[in-house]
Design a protein around this ligand. Structure first.
Ligand SMILES: [Zn+2]
Length: 173
């Protein structure tokens, strides 16, 4: 009994994010293991041909040099570069953005979260003009929720709302 595929879309439909159930399960397992401490990592994948849907195909666990507290998470970088290089060379997959967990709390992004999303996306080798951020909040063993955001270059961060119904139909065809 795993998590469902999650689809998030901005109201303007110019940005959306898709992550399948198996990857959500992996994230929820990392959250469970992390218990009351924040955890996170990066999201890897590719865009569709219209470049409006970021499709996640891999997620990282927290790099060992990450700083993790009860209400803070600063993702480290250790090990990411060779992994990204390999995924790019072998599968043309690349950095899409960040994910992290707010233990037993709402998945509301803090101002630090937003700042870090921008900062991370400007750091080589991650450079990404419109990084996404997935935040999981609540109890990973019970009632959890996820919210997703995108930071388009030169404009404000937009929320992509969970929209399982609308796009799923489109994707199955
Ligand atoms: Zn946060």
């Amino acid at each position: 009994m795993g998590a469902d595929q999650q689809i998030f879309a901005a109201d303007n439909m110019e940005y959306s994010l898709t992550i399948d159930g198996l990857l959500m399960d992996k994230l929820l397992l990392l959250c469970k293991e992390s218990d009351a401490v924040e955890t996170g990592g990066i999201l890897i994948g590719h865009y569709n041909s219209r470049h409006d849907n970021a499709i996640v195909t891999d997620v990282s666990s927290p790099p060992p040099d990450s700083k993790r507290g009860h209400t803070t998470f600063v993702r480290g970088i250790k090990g990411l570069q060779p992994w990204l290089q390999k995924l790019w060379t072998q599968q043309k997959r690349y950095y899409l953005g960040e994910w992290h967990f707010h233990p037993f709390n709402s998945p509301e992004p803090s101002t630090t979260d937003i700042d870090q999303l921008r900062k991370n996306s400007e750091t080589p080798p991650l450079r990404c003009p419109e990084p996404v951020m997935l935040i999981i909040g609540g109890d990973p063993k019970g009632k959890w929720t996820a919210r997703a955001f995108v930071a388009p270059k030169g404009s404000q961060v937009l929320e992509m709302n969970a929209s399982t119904n609308i796009i799923q139909v489109d994707q199955k065809t």
